[in-house]
Design a protein around this ligand. Structure first.
Ligand SMILES: [Zn+2]
Ligand SMILES: [Zn+2]
Length: 259
């Protein structure tokens, strides 16, 4: 069997401070061949880059989470650019808009989101986009900032088939997380069903959003297996076919070869 990729985890979080080696071992035991660990601040991006340097099967993304942009350092872009040039860093993010929790004012979220896309284009890396209850503004800003030139991932996709089609129309990939396994997520499963194999990715968003069988527990990359099962079932394809598709997709988008 080809193997699994977790395209979005936060392994620098304190949640893993006690047992990261065991977490990584369990991931390997569950055939996870690659993990992208995602920065949410300058310091977290730096830690993510360090993790990627330490582990040949891990990669990192550098960005500021929309929750945290209100207190962002004035020279954060300079730092992110520098981090983005370390060898294991393959994307800019996470960045985007979150009008659900709304922890930072919209205007600042939008401005910082634009700056991330500009940086991604400058350093020629794909962007990892977080979008919660902000579909319209997210699409508008991605278009205005010409994000299709670098493409990227709409991560932890939350939306319906119609939104998925718009995202796909911009050349982006769609990554589904644990919620696609939840009983009430019919709309999300429909979005997964219509997302073509050559544009689909899967993730945990660990430590958050554990898939159904582990719901309520701390999430970790090994659990991405449950999301693979659920999506293969929804798409009515063999697990092996889905695994191959995801591996090819990360290779096409990031130029990486998990193994
Ligand atoms: Zn996110
Ligand atoms: Zn995240």
């Amino acid at each position: 069997m080809p193997g699994l990729v977790d395209t979005h985890a936060h392994l620098d979080f304190p949640d893993y401070a006690q047992d990261l080696p065991e977490v990584l071992e369990r991931a390997r035991d569950h055939r996870v061949k690659g993990i992208i660990t995602i920065g949410i601040s300058v310091s977290s991006s730096r830690k993510a880059a360090d993790l990627a340097e330490e582990h040949p099967w891990m990669w990192a993304a550098a960005g500021i989470h929309p929750h945290d942009v209100k207190s962002v350092e004035h020279d954060y872009l300079k730092h992110l650019e520098e981090i983005s040039r370390s060898p294991g860093v393959i994307a800019i993010g996470e960045t985007g808009l979150d009008y659900f929790k709304h922890k930072s004012p919209r205007e600042i979220q939008q401005e910082v989101f634009r700056e991330h896309i500009r940086l991604a284009r400058k350093v020629n890396l794909p962007v990892i986009v977080h979008c919660r209850d902000a579909h319209k503004d997210t699409l508008r800003i991605l278009r205005e900032e010409k994000a299709h030139e670098v493409a990227g991932i709409m991560h932890c996709f939350s939306g319906n088939a119609e939104f998925a089609r718009e995202v796909l129309g911009m050349g982006f990939y769609i990554s589904f997380a644990g919620p696609v396994t939840y009983p009430r997520s019919g709309e999300l499963r429909e979005a997964a069903r219509i997302t073509p194999e050559e544009r689909i990715l899967l993730e945990t968003d660990a430590p958050f959003l554990s898939p159904q069988p582990c719901r309520g527990k701390r999430n970790e990359p090994a659990y991405v297996a449950h999301t693979y099962y659920a999506v293969a079932e929804v798409k009515e394809i063999y697990l092996q076919q889905l695994e191959e598709a995801c591996l090819q997709n990360v290779n096409r988008l990031f130029g990486i070869q998990p193994g």
